[in-house]
Design a protein around this ligand. Sequence first.
Ligand code: ATP
Length: 359
Amino acid sequence: MTETTAKIRIDGLSKKYGGFTALEPTSLDIQRGEFLTLLGPSGSGKTTLLQMVSGLTPPTSGRLLIDGEDWTGWPVHDRDMGLVFQHYALFPHMTVAENVAFPLKMRKIGADEIRRRVAETLEKVQLDQFGHRFPRELSGGQQQRVALARCFVFRPEIILMDEPLGALDKALRETMQLEIRRLHREFGTTLIYVTHDQEEALVLSDRICVMNHARVEQVGTPHQIYSDPETIFAATFIGHSNLLRGRVEGREADGMARIATAAGTFRGRFGAREVNGSEHALIIRPEQLSLGPAGGEGMNELRASLRDIVYIGSDNRLLLGLPDGTEITVRQDPAHMNGLSAGDEVTVHWPADAGRIVS
Ligand code: ATP
């Protein structure tokens, strides 16, 4: 084993149920201590991939390597991974402390050491006063904290979480996201996390693997995926995107190209991925658009009608209508609206290289 060996190597894992493909052959390396999130809509294959790593689902093809060793056929209990699912599955007849002690007892750890580690872990999830209670005497968030404690307490090298916060309300989910982030850093665990919530993925992850239709669309840091989406799906699934659909007309030597859309022909940067097929789009994030005509070289501009102004606290969100019915969004400082109102014709501009052409 070398320093560069991935902690987890997913090597062409795929899953078919009869004639139905739940996951196309997928390859992915996850580094030691990394927090990787599988993000995608319902049915995209996230759980299937996670379950093949856990050993709960046997793959149709491919291999799973842990620290360079082939674990593909290993049974679940030999993998010694921590698993946390949406339904906390605490033992109802055991107290909180007994629930957290359970994985240590299974591993035949001595009673003193168990007491010490249970106390330490309950403190880390802020439940040190709750050890004697039963799960039914706790709120949903507290129960999920017990589930996290029960997972982290035996210090697994790998933890797999499938929508662990799915049953909680928004405020509690946000608190628990920070908690999971903190626990992950503190224990230095390698963690794979499944969610369909893009904000959650952005908050938690070192890298995000965007999945759609049983395939990986893009893998990258949250910033890479937000600022440089490689496909229309990745661009629309993470953050708000303005999408101008059209036809690529000319590719230039500097990685730029022209795309003809209903609102005009614009220059934009090609994504890293080769663009093919007939459907292309220019992606521009709302914060890259500015009101007013382009004042220099290397800019694109278009005219549109202002349909609506939505106040969202820090910004105004201007909704603009294009001739083909497409709507685009511009963010604007409420202090600089210059008397604009719905129905006005406006011009917006953006640096050509801030737009990405993807398919
Ligand atoms: P969700 O967010 O809804 O959990 P997901 O991205 O995790 O979705 P999977 O659970 O991996 O999706 O399912 C991928 C596809 O495989 C789905 O279309 C699902 O219906 C199908 N599938 C999963 N398990 C089975 C099974 N045991 N038999 C047949 N089809 C299955």
